[in-house]
Design a binder for this molecule. Structure first.
Ligand SMILES: Cc1cc2nc3c(=O)[nH]c(=O)nc-3n(C[C@H](O)[C@H](O)[C@H](O)COP(=O)(O)OP(=O)(O)OC[C@H]3O[C@@H](n4cnc5c(N)ncnc54)[C@H](O)[C@@H]3O)c2cc1C
Ligand code: SF4
Length: 330
């Protein structure tokens, strides 16, 4: 596939910046459209031009010679969730996808679009309010407003918006890499380096540059004896974003955790990799006391606001439960 097959207008070639667009571009790709078109209807996203990428040959899930998996950016969430390789070797990803949105939305939503879906912060989605992410420098209405659903990890004085995706949390625990084709060529970025903390520029969410197209997501080969779980806690059991979620990929040998990867959702400004929890667990017996100690470590740096302080304990309990499920004997 050649990126040049997509004609890029002069504004993108010149690297023109839009004041609000996530990718800093006035021209946007549309895949499933379930997020971009939604936001265009709300006047939150106002691209000058939208390019439909659905005709690109990026809709396959393929086994790699090294045993890993290559997922095309246009693979629908429902197809990915039910892919036999994913169900067997990457259960955490299948479970995360099936916990998101609705069957109809999952039939439209794509891997690339899910990676880049934007926050559900109510002030971001309503142009009547101040929002540094949508309108840099305007302020943050959520700080002293409704922030029950927003983040407690990775926040800044400028923004406390949560990354809303379930899939991203599973991909974080799986140590996925993102393949990108852009004006300067192809590059690969580990998911742990793909998202940017809000800092003073919450309008910039990823390392993508104008004109960059996500082509694939790659998963490493599964480790023998590894089990994985995605657990999502929310206000209702379907059609609802996470208040807290946990993705665990764990290998237990002789009763101890020889390897564990932890992703947290619903609590981070980016899909949250908890290296603190991983370090607290690796080499230790898989038991309740160690799970709780790992959860304490994971949330140690949390900065809650009054309305979302409950998330700190909720996230800890979610992680403890996910670890219990991932390591129990079957
Ligand atoms: C009512 C509702 C409930 C939902 N509930 C959940 C939930 O519980 N959990 C959850 O995780 N998600 C949920 N979602 C979000 C849903 O998963 C996303 O809207 C969807 O994954 C976005 O994928 P898409 O292909 O439709 O993206 P699009 O809307 O087409 O695109 C989204 C963004 O990605 C960019 N883009 C798309 N593909 C590429 C590419 N290949 N390269 C570069 N840029 C690209 C677009 O330019 C745009 O900026 C919900 C959505 C709705 C509407
Ligand atoms: S939390 Fe972030 S997205 Fe929400 S209003 Fe504040 S700046 Fe905007």
């Amino acid at each position: 596939m050649s990126f040049r097959s997509i004609e890029r207008p002069p504004s993108v070639q010149a690297g023109a910046k839009s004041p609000t667009a996530q990718l800093g571009a006035t021209v946007r790709f549309v895949a499933g459209g379930t997020n971009l078109i939604d936001l265009m209807k709300l006047n939150v996203e106002r691209p000058e031009q939208v390019i439909d990428i659905n005709g690109l040959p990026l809709d396959k899930v393929e086994r790699l010679p090294n045993g890993g998996l290559r997922i095309g950016a246009l693979v629908r969430n429902s197809d990915l969730a039910h892919d036999p390789n994913v169900v067997r070797d990457y259960a955490v990803l299948s479970q995360a996808l099936l916990s998101g949105a609705s069957p109809q939305l999952r039939n439209m939503a794509t891997t690339g679009g899910n990676l880049l879906q934007r926050t559900r912060c109510v002030y971001f989605r309503d142009i009547a309010h101040e929002c540094n992410k949508r309108n840099p420098g305007s302020g943050c209405a959520a700080m002293d407003g409704f922030h029950r659903t927003l983040a407690v990890l990775g926040t800044s004085d400028s923004c406390i918006a949560t990354n809303p995706s379930d899939m991203n949390v599973a991909l974080t625990a799986l140590e996925a890499t993102i393949q990108i084709q852009g004006p300067k060529g192809a590059r690969t970025v580990p998911i742990s380096e793909f998202y940017l903390l809000p800092g003073s520029t919450p309008n910039r969410e990823t390392v993508l540059e104008p004109g960059d197209l996500i082509t694939h997501v790659t998963l490493p080969a599964p480790t023998r004896g590894t089990r994985s779980v995605y657990l999502k806690l929310r206000d209702r059991e379907a059609y609802e974003f996470a208040l807290a979620s946990a993705a665990v990929v764990a290998t237990v040998e002789g009763g101890s955790l020889s390897r564990v990867r932890v992703g947290l959702g619903g609590v981070g400004t980016v899909p949250w990799r908890s290296r603190e929890a991983e370090q607290a667990l690796e080499g230790k017996p898989a038991n309740a006391a160690n799970f709780r100690a790992a959860a304490e470590a994971a949330l140690r740096d949390a900065h809650p606001r009054p309305g979302n302080a409950f998330k700190v304990e909720l996230s800890k309990r979610c992680l403890v439960r996910a670890l219990t499920l991932a390591t129990r004997q079957v």
